[in-house]
Design a protein around this ligand. Structure first.
Ligand code: ZN
Length: 413
């Protein structure tokens, strides 16, 4: 190998851009069920075609539970420190910890956060805010725009941005007549005063992109009063028809953020996977997995043009204790179990068709809560080769920081 190849390899080992896609609650079985449903036995989801894969431990250090919530899990990924449940980028001693988004911003990169639930919910919050309790969503919103100065903010939870009691604009009342519940005044007006462009519908987002193709202004897009879906069991009012698709939000964020020649950090969260798993609602959980997979495809499309982009797809934790089994009519006869009686005894959700086959599958749930099972992690791009084998969620922070050459900036006690 000659030296010029070594030099170019060295340069390509630095990630200018990082796109971190988190399926909230998405364990191995959620991904596998998504694969069976959408791609079949031989097919693979886009997220499972990335060249590097491993599994990631998610347990927290809460004195009362080793099962993590999204706040502690996201804090571990975002700051490299395991903490107690409910804490947002604050360690068990109560100290604020620098986040990967803040470090990326300090390096000159642009930054973005996307979610299909409240953009101030725990997972995105741990990347750009510091509060001891995740419920402080208006304070989290205030920190996004006044302190972290996140360049692109897209998601739901508009009620936390409008003053208490103020009716929300009609574009945001597509699912219910929402009224503001904010505790920090009018944060939409505050964002505008700080230079943000504000959009509240898919049409307004498209219009923004047409007018600001170069990402000249920071962008705040709130598309739902609360979440992009209604959480419920099947047949009891559950709905997941996003006002803007996760793929379209990801595309808009990349178009805006990639105008910065220094690069960008973008976190994309699909939240319905977790919320529907809490309700043991497999059809809409699957919809969430596929919604995330389309966002992964958008990220991969960008990385084809910008190969110095690290793409990571993982979860903060598993939710539901999900298992996948053959459908009712498919016993395997040489051992007990697997047939009609066993599936009925276990309690199932389905059956669902396996794509491009005559098979079917069912899923079973062990809990309506989170579990401590490790979650899959897949990756491509500079630094992805470190995300193999069995790692911890705090190791992910180290890898992301190193890939973006932020390690010198990381203050370790
Ligand atoms: Zn959850």
């Amino acid at each position: 190998m000659n030296s010029s190849i070594l030099t170019s390899n060295h340069h390509s080992s630095r990630a200018r851009n990082l796109i971190l896609l988190i399926g909230d609650g998405m364990g191995q079985a959620h991904r596998f069920a998504g694969q069976l449903f959408a791609a079949g036995r031989e097919g693979r989801l886009a997220m499972d075609r990335l060249p590097y894969s491993g599994q990631m431990g998610t347990m927290c250090v809460d004195p009362s539970s080793f099962v993590t919530d999204s706040a502690a899990a996201a804090t571990a990924i975002a700051t490299g420190v395991k903490t107690c449940n409910g804490c947002v980028a604050i360690d068990p001693m109560g100290q604020e910890r620098a986040t990967i988004l803040e470090l990326a911003k300090a390096s000159g990169r642009s930054t973005g956060l996307i979610s299909t639930c409240q953009i101030t919910d725990a997972t995105p919050a741990a990347f750009a805010a510091h509060v001891p309790m995740r419920a402080a969503q208006s304070e989290i919103a205030r920190q996004y725009i006044e302190r972290a100065r996140v360049d692109v903010i897209l998601g739901g939870g508009a009620v936390h941005w409008y003053p208490d009691g103020q009716p929300l604009p009609p574009q945001l009342c597509w699912d219910a007549p929402w009224v503001g519940a904010g505790k920090e005044g009018d944060l939409v007006a505050r964002a505008r005063a700080l230079g943000y462009e504000f959009v509240a519908s898919e049409a307004e987002l498209r219009d923004y992109l047409a007018r600001h193709a170069c990402g000249a202004r920071p962008l705040l897009g709130l598309f739902a009063g609360q979440e992009f879906f209604v959480q419920a069991e099947e047949g009891l009012g559950a709905v997941y028809n996003p006002p803007v698709s996760l793929a379209d939000m990801t595309d808009a964020a990349i178009k805006t953020l990639s105008a910065n020649p220094e690069g960008f950090f973008l976190m994309v969260e699909e939240s319905a996977i977790d919320r529907m798993a809490h309700r043991n609602n497999a059809p809409l959980m699957l919809k969430g997995v596929l919604e995330l997979d389309r966002a992964v495809q958008v990220a991969l499309e960008f990385a084809r043009q910008s190969p110095d982009t690290l793409i990571v797809v993982t979860a903060d934790h598993e939710c539901g204790g999900l298992a996948v089994a053959g459908s009712l009519d498919q016993p395997y006869p040489y051992e007990p179990g697997g047939g009609l009686l066993d599936t009925l005894l276990a309690g199932e959700d389905g059956p669902f068709p396996v794509a491009d086959s005559d098979y079917g599958f069912v899923v079973g749930w062990a809990t309506t809560g989170h579990t401590s099972a490790p979650v899959p992690i897949t990756a491509s791009g500079p630094g992805a080769e470190r995300l193999t084998g069995s790692i911890e969620n705090t190791d992910l922070f180290d890898t992301l920081a190193e890939a973006m050459a932020l390690t010198e900036a990381v203050a370790r006690p």
